[in-house]
Design a protein around this ligand. Structure first.
Ligand SMILES: Cc1ncc(COP(=O)(O)O)c(C=O)c1O
Length: 421
């Protein structure tokens, strides 16, 4: 194996935000699962597009408008190439939440009926639960959950048992859990679902930013992700779909740009992907995302994964040495993405996050938009540290030092010693 230094990236200087010193301290950003920081090239691409090429798309004949058209469609081509998808089957949405809603409305309303089932997992973000709750309630269908085991993983046998019931129309599941960190065996799940006649939707929000993703190899019918976690701007997400399914689907939102022709009472729909992109899209943001995925590709997604796995292994090792810590999810970095959710006995996760923030360390605390999972774990909240390409081992050390400080504030060592005496 190559030495650790070679397995780590060294790109912090590409990210201008790290020049900031909130409260006079260096910025230790360990909240990339919430949103990533942006490299200068992405910030410049956004500003540069607005400064030099700004015009609406798909409607102007003048030079500026054609530049905007080209920039928007080039961004789509870059994003599609990044995930091994075809541009025509790559739809820009506002975020992954909207991408999942698009499927729940445009596919779900036509294909899920009374007595059918939608199968999700207990480890889903609310974005991959609520659209299915609403759909199932409206259609008289059943929403069932695959259980998460003690390691924080899904059982393929349980999946087989669910599929054998013969009523599952769709299996919707996350590629990487935003709480447990678990990397799910996507191709295994999509293969088994297809064999049972069910479609699959994968929430790739936490996967695309940190590991190689090839939607063709994964075999999902729908694969959705969100740009702002992948070094891109907020306001742009992506839905990849299978051609024959997207072609049959009715539009989700309707209005300008998604039509071929309109009469007083009727209209016909535009071709893919524009059939699903009603109204003026997020042009500059898509351009920014195109540059973000180019930046990630230049680093190499294998290298990005190696970097984040290295830092995750360090987090697992150093956090588990803290007294009273409980770490959620699989114990080894190999099986998980770049995030670690944990609790510290005697300190509420919100206090943990607040106390470490005094040292410039940014982590998340709360239910992480996964309340059903938290119920299964008998927890109200956890702290969560997550890494990105710009993090370094010293960031993890700073977190651990700040957590020791938090324990001192709560006199936990003193309490422990006093109790033992
Ligand atoms: C696994 C997962 N799915 C969905 C989302 C929602 O992302 P967005 O708010 O960009 O739609 C998140 C964001 O935290 C997530 O981690």
């Amino acid at each position: 194996m190559r030495p650790v230094a070679e397995r780590l990236l060294s790109v912090r200087e590409d990210f201008p935000i790290f020049q900031r010193r909130p409260s006079g301290k260096p910025l230790i950003y360990l909240d990339s699962s919430s949103t990533s920081q942006k490299p200068a090239v992405v910030i410049e691409a956004l500003a540069g597009h607005l400064r030099e090429h700004n015009a609406n798309v798909h409607r102007g004949v003048y030079e500026l408008a054609q530049e905007a058209d080209a920039a928007y469609e080039e961004a789509r081509a870059k994003v599609a190439a990044f995930t091994g998808a075809q541009p025509q089957l790559t739809i820009f949405t506002k975020n992954v939440t909207e991408a999942i809603n698009l499927v729940a409305y445009a596919w779900g309303r036509a294909h899920v009926g009374a007595g059918d089932a939608v199968l999700v997992t207990q480890m889903e973000h609310h974005a991959n639960i609520i659209p299915w709750q609403v759909l199932c309630r409206e259609r008289g269908a059943n929403l069932r959950y695959l259980e998460v085991d003690e390691r924080g993983e899904l059982s393929l046998q349980a999946l087989e048992d669910e599929l054998a019931r013969g009523d599952v129309r769709l299996v919707a599941f996350t590629h990487v859990s935003n709480v447990l960190g678990t990397i799910n065996p996507v191709a295994e799940i999509t293969g088994r679902a297809r064999a049972a006649g069910a479609l699959t939707l994968v929430d790739g929000a936490q996967a695309v930013p940190q590991m190689p993703v090839d939607v063709g190899e994964l075999g999902a019918d729908f694969y959705a992700w969100t740009g702002h976690k992948a070094l891109g701007p907020t306001g742009v997400g992506v839905l990849h779909g299978r051609r024959e399914i997207l072609e049959q689907m009715e539009p989700f939102l309707t209005g300008g740009d998604m039509i071929a022709s309109v009469d007083f009472q009727t209209a016909t729909w535009n071709e893919l992907p524009w059939k699903f992109e009603a109204g003026t899209p997020m042009i500059a943001e898509a351009v920014g995302l195109g540059v973000a995925v180019e930046y990630l590709s230049a680093l190499g997604m294998e290298h990005v994964r190696e970097h984040e796995r290295e830092l995750t292994a360090q987090m697992l090792q150093e956090l588990s040495a803290l007294p009273g810590v409980r770490i959620l999810g699989p114990p080894e970095a190999e099986s998980r993405g770049g995030l670690v959710a944990f609790t510290l006995e005697g300190i509420h996760p919100h206090d943990v996050a607040e106390l470490v923030s005094r040292e410039g360390v940014c982590i998340r605390a709360g239910h992480h938009c996964a309340q059903p999972l938290m119920r299964c774990l008998h927890l109200g909240a956890t702290a969560r540290a997550s890494v990105g390409v710009y993090n370094e081992p010293s960031d993890v050390e700073a977190l651990v030092a700040a957590l020791h400080g938090a324990r001192e504030v709560f006199a936990l060592d003193g309490a422990r010693q006093g109790g033992a005496a």
